[in-house]
Design a protein around this ligand. Structure first.
Ligand SMILES: Cc1cc2nc3c(=O)[nH]c(=O)nc-3n(C[C@H](O)[C@H](O)[C@H](O)COP(=O)(O)O)c2cc1C
Length: 320
């Protein structure tokens, strides 16, 4: 469907999903994705897409995240910029992408909607999405409110969906790829793993912080607001959690705004100070032990997956 060599997608990442990373992933045979809202305006997004085209001839996509934001955003104008750019793959996430579907389809764009539940995946299928990315509870960013991990969510999605789906949340290596395919997915989507690559356009200290972290180093904020987000656990998430506990049922986004501001996250990536603000990361930080190039990472995942099938799965089932 996407004319890519390997079933490995780099999901949209605010401040991280820039042309350098998307091009590196696509050049390595995966599907790189530029994050639209990382750009200040739709015109800047057009320039970023043009920059990516200078770095790769391979297909790449654009993520459009439709969520309430502290910054005023015209999603319709960003959607139009994607259409005008001629990009043929869009990853939508957050709210229902239905308002933009007719225009995307008219422009022959393949739409992958990212969901965190079977019911939202079915809705995406019903409104004409070509594929869905199914994000388990492990994932970085917004895991939804159902708290169903991939081991149950993915086979449940496989039971219900007729369109292809990509497993997302908690993937970093060949073991994950084989598991995802076994559970019924058609490929994997990774966010956090791609942050710790040489081409990710963020400060080296943040990549090293990811490598040093364990699976216990994430925190969930905004649960009471039903807008749960998983972040790397740091001083700011600890402060925000204290505010949440203190406010209890009285909590509003205004209480958390100073902590969860996206602009502070941007400072983290630019300065390398992991405590300068909140920044998204998944539990999979516990499985990330190095900072390879995207090409090294993708080729390693594929060769590990082949090795697992040949050396573990096939012999394990050949007995008797
Ligand atoms: C730093 C970072 C920023 C992210 N920003 C977005 C975003 O703006 N829009 C979106 O749809 N998903 C975003 N995500 C989620 C990823 O696209 C992907 O669904 C998620 O990272 C998968 O979980 P994993 O990190 O365990 O691989 C972000 C993830 C990370 C790590």
């Amino acid at each position: 469907m996407f004319a890519i060599r390997y079933p490995i997608v780099q999901g949209g990442m605010q401040w991280v999903g820039r042309a350098e990373l998307a091009a590196a992933v696509s050049n390595a045979g995966g599907l790189g994705i530029i994050t639209a809202l990382t750009q200040p305006t739709p015109e800047d997004l057009l320039k970023e897409i043009a920059r990516c085209r200078e770095m790769t001839n391979a297909p790449f996509g654009v993520n459009l995240t439709i969520l309430p934001s502290l910054r005023a955003i015209s999603h319709a104008e960003f959607a139009q910029a994607i259409i005008d750019s001629g990009v043929k793959i869009v990853e939508t996430a957050g709210r229902n992408p239905e308002p933009y579907m007719a225009a995307f389809k008219e422009a022959e764009i393949k739409v992958i909607h990212k969901c965190t539940s079977v019911r939202h995946s079915l809705k995406a299928q019903a409104i004409g999405c070509d594929a869905v990315s199914v994000d388990g509870f492990e994932c970085a960013g917004h895991p939804g409110e159902d708290d169903i991990p991939g081991l149950v969510l993915l086979p449940r999605a496989a039971e219900e969906l007729t369109i292809p789906f990509i497993a997302s949340g908690g993937f970093a290596d060949g073991r994950g790829l084989v598991a995802a395919l076994a559970l019924g997915a058609d490929g994997i989507n990774m966010g956090t793993r791609f942050m710790a690559t040489l081409e990710a356009p963020i400060h080296r200290s943040i990549k090293e912080r990811i490598v040093a972290a364990s699976e216990l180093d994430t925190a969930l904020l905004m649960r009471q607001l039903r807008n749960t987000a998983r972040y790397f656990r740091n001083k700011v998430t600890d402060q925000a959690l204290a505010v949440e506990r203190h406010q209890g049922a009285e909590l509003t986004i205004e209480h958390l705004g100073p902590f969860v501001s996206g602009q502070r996250g941007k400072i983290v990536y630019e300065s390398g100070n992991a405590d300068a603000g909140v920044w998204s990361a998944g539990m999979v930080v516990g499985l990330i032990h190095d900072i390879p190039t995207c090409a090294e990472l993708i080729s390693r995942i594929v060769s590990e997956a082949r090795e697992i099938v040949a050396s573990r799965l096939t012999p394990a089932l050949a007995c008797a």
